[in-house]
Design a protein around this ligand. Sequence first.
Ligand SMILES: [Zn+2]
Length: 490
Amino acid sequence: MLEFEDIESKTIFRFYIVDAHHHLGADIDGHSNRNPVAPGGTFDFYVKVGKKLSKLFSDKPHIFRYSPHGFLNEFIRNNKKWKDTLNGSWAVDQVVVFPFNDEFKWRDGDEGKAIYWRSNDNIGRWVTRAPYSLRLIGFGRVVPTQRELAISELHRAVEQLGLRGLKLHPRSDGWSSDIASPEVKNVLVEAAKLNIPVLFDTRGFGQVMDILEVTKMARSELQSQNKALVENLKVIIAHIGFHLGQNELFEVLSHPNIYGDTSGVHDAGIPRLFEEAIQLLQPSLGRYRNWSEKILFGTDYNYFDVPHAVQFISFVLGNDFPGTSEDAQRILGSNLLKLVPPFKRETKSTLRKVHVSFELAELTEKTLAKQIADLVSSETYDLSGIDFFIDPHPKFQVRPQDFKITISRRENENCEDINLVVLSMLDILTIARLDNTLMNSSPIRNRILRYDDAASRRIFYKKLWPNRLENNPQEIYEFVKSITQTESSK
Ligand SMILES: [Zn+2]
């Protein structure tokens, strides 16, 4: 998390940064990022970005720093290897990784399997084990013209591999002329049912218009099938900076289901993007939506490198940025988190919870961090994902003190997930193991915590409301130990 501390007033401003566009694997064009931990890999890239930002922000009247926040700090201090692996890379907190046009996306003998199934496996392996799972959010890739194969691969990627979005690349996968087609529409409809976003690469503005067209096709199909699914249709147009000068770009972005990523934009394009968004996008969004809800920071590493990322982040956090700090936080991270659902597979767990007072909160979190770290350091458990909550409209601040964490126990072919939530409400810390009902509740699904009485959220708070406080440290320890065990291993 990035922090600016005002030297005089000691006020701290925090920004949670998420890279919405980043590649992992090995492209047939020679670009590769096979191992995110290797020199020149993902984490090394963010180390360099952080160092450059520190330099840029060093002569200002505040202290600039970045570090893992709260629980993450607590968690990695239990394992020196994890701590060293991630050391210095915390200028960017999380990153969406997806396949290149991988040289291993399909091989002879793979007949009957979808193109990219190997790539999706590769992404799934990286993003669901510690310590990478603390940082990486995996998106899969399919070729929609493969029809049923593409659809079943999409389900496998989400439901079995734990991926949380989809990347489509019409040009490099050879279906540029089929974007506005029933095949692509079907993929979008299925992605909406799975509640995941779909990111399209774009070359040439014609593709952007085709994406608008197919999004409208998917929306009207969802409207006739089940209106509740319409809001789960989430389309991200990559490289919107490439299309500046096309005034229709902002009409496209005003569509309720469409967003844009900034990868590739640089130099004078950066201020121009924001000026035009304010001038041309805001009027068509009306009073209740904000231009900054539509724009997502992305690096496209390693097609673009450190200078682009540093230019972009430093502009958005600098004095010339024409928006507020809320606008900056949305663009740099909250928008992406809002589109990507928390890690979720079917769970067998029953609800269990404990509430402790403020004074015992720190000790309780330490106990939980150590317990999870010990389990995950052993062979049978993985840390599949950690998901932070955000504040509701209009603030969209990331709440690093409130999160859900998923650990998974593997036994032979079986994998059982344990979803734990940690929340601070009313000076009380709640730790709970979630059941299916709570996993499907709107605060978890949309990762937005809003303390109001809306029917959709009432179940959540009713179930998690404290009835008594536990104040015996030994009991807390026993509780934490017991909720991290799977039901079947008891
Ligand atoms: Zn890319």
